[in-house]
Ligand binder design. Sequence first.
Ligand SMILES: [Zn+2]
Length: 208
Amino acid sequence: MEYSTIIDISVGLHEKTVVYPGTPAFLAEPTVSRATGSRLTKLTMSTHFGTHLDAPLHADAHGKSITDLPLNHFIGTCRVVDGSQAAVNISLSDAQQWEVQKRERILIKTSNSARGLDTFYPDFTYVSPAAANYLASRDIALIGIDYYSIKQKGSTDNTPHTAFLLKNIPIIEGINLKNVEAGEYILVALPLKLHGVDGSPCRAILLK
Ligand SMILES: [Zn+2]
């Protein structure tokens, strides 16, 4: 079978891709094998670079790593919800309107997607602590946001991460929903099989 629509919601990874302040720089260093002339590239990057998944270990030293989570979190039906009218952040009442059900995979489209993910701006739309607590309490399978963090830049309240991650709900950050309408899709966003780490870049696509 073939899907008629495949929407790539990943950002490209290159030296101009936004590096979230305080995280390691991205480097792609081409090398050539002396024996065969084969080309290889040495990559240096954060596990939270570009479009990526946060594992529980990101927020909890005893939490699950990205390979400890069952793959069904990352593949299956998902719902893109419209939060583009939200001012400043996704509030509790924004989140309540979506009537989120148990095991849903929810991707939040905000004004970030229209503004774009090509540059860093600190006043991106994020998920408020109250909305995060509410959404996590619904026992969803995954949450996503269209900028590089689900938490307000500079805030010391880490609830937008911990509410989900302490319940083993992975977070996908850095998805570009510019060309995506609210509605139902199939999500495929597999992490690399990186053992013992707190997150992973991923290629995220929506199928219809
Ligand atoms: Zn992250």
